[in-house]
Design a protein around this ligand. Sequence first.
Ligand code: TTP
Ligand code: MG
Ligand code: MG
Length: 473
Amino acid sequence: MSPPESTPAPEPAGILHVDMDAFFVSVELLDRPDLRGRPVIVGGAGTRGVVAAASYEARAFGVHSAMSSVQAQRLCPHAVFLNGRYDRYQAVSAEVMAIFTSFTPLVEPLSLDEAFLDVRGARRAHGTAAQIAAAIRARVLDEQGLTCSVGVAPTKFVAKLASEAAKPRASVTGPMPGIGVKVVEPDQVLGFLHPLPATALWGVGPATMTKLERLGISTVGDLAALPVEVVVRSLGKANGRHLHELANGIDERRVEPDRKAKSIGHEETYAHDVHDPAVLDAELVRFADAVASRLRAHGVGGRTVSIKVRFPDFRTITRAASMPTPTDAGRDLVREARALLAQLDLGAGVRLLGLSVSGLSEEPARQLSFDDAPGPSAAVPARVVDTDRVVDEIRGRFGADAIGPATLLRGSDAGLRVKRQGAQQWGPDQPRPEPGPSPDPSADPSARRATDPGVDRAAGSGGADPDPPGSGR
Ligand code: TTP
Ligand code: MG
Ligand code: MG
């Protein structure tokens, strides 16, 4: 006798989205407990700086990431500005990600402070997804002293919205703690999604929202209720279908643990426009060195070198060149970048300079340039490789500044001069108003997210969405 036919009960929610609370700020507060409870902003305090992260106390004044620091200071004059320390955030991020991978190998990092986890296979060992979420929060707090918020759902995009819903809230009377973990089981998905504003859907930005409003849509539920053809007519086939599916809780995207970086780069905005070609050259050397180090840290090489120049009038151009084989050697990057920069008319001065490498692959091979002084045997490239590895090792032990390209140590020290002029992360540092602490001498301008493309991850999944879910916070 076979059992009566029925649709099988849907599998319980098994996708987690974990996101650290006020990440850069929270890491800074580990070292500055005296600042707890105060409005704290990590970013460039200068006139051209931007806010990277704001404490929930600062958010109560309307301060948020990517806002200009000038505006943030206007909104919250008593905020404490701190320089960012990207190295430190990276190190903490690695520890946090390691906690995630101790629960499941299926971890897809989206940025330093967030990841998707597929815990469906981990339940036997670690309990329900909700229990795993709580255990992760407890371990992150216990081992790193930091809080995070977790969304649990059957799909990635609902999990991401659920983690949002679990977050603390800013309020004028002080931050209100969040619920920490928000679970949305399959039969709760539509009830959770439909009251949200349509802007909560990935991919709905101001332009799409205008079109949706013309259709009389304001919530996700409004969108879900329309026939798909109507949505497609307004938004186009791919986008219309996709959004209609999301509105109905359908998201087939899997957690992809080995999503690869698409490019690795470094760029800086200068406090004063740079006119001196020697200074720009020294900057290229410094950037190439930093980028090559990161390529090696990722175990990849890149074939295409791009430079980016922003002029004082904000006109921005990029130029790229490809090499026959991928490389992770700073000298190869410098050679290509120099040739590209030489083609540009820099008479107007340079406001921002950037260098990035794409066409990444896992088998870096070094090209021999003339100044590699090729020797009689194939042993020469091997020696070049070894030098880079030794540099990485020294940096690993003594910090990023322990060793650098000789060019930066020469004569008038052009590279460092630019640095001291105030090329800081998140915009140049300039005399800051009270009561910020003195700049951290260990600050490493290895990346600046507000403008630095850093490690761009492949599109097609949560982190790379042009329109992140509306926070409503
Ligand atoms: P978010 O997770 O977006 O923000 P958050 O962790 O500061 O706060 P919460 O998640 O509690 O809302 O970003 C993580 C870190 O990434 C953030 O601390 C700083 C950095 N960041 C930038 O540098 N520039 C940006 O524009 C954004 C959005 C984030
Ligand atoms: Mg966060
Ligand atoms: Mg985040």
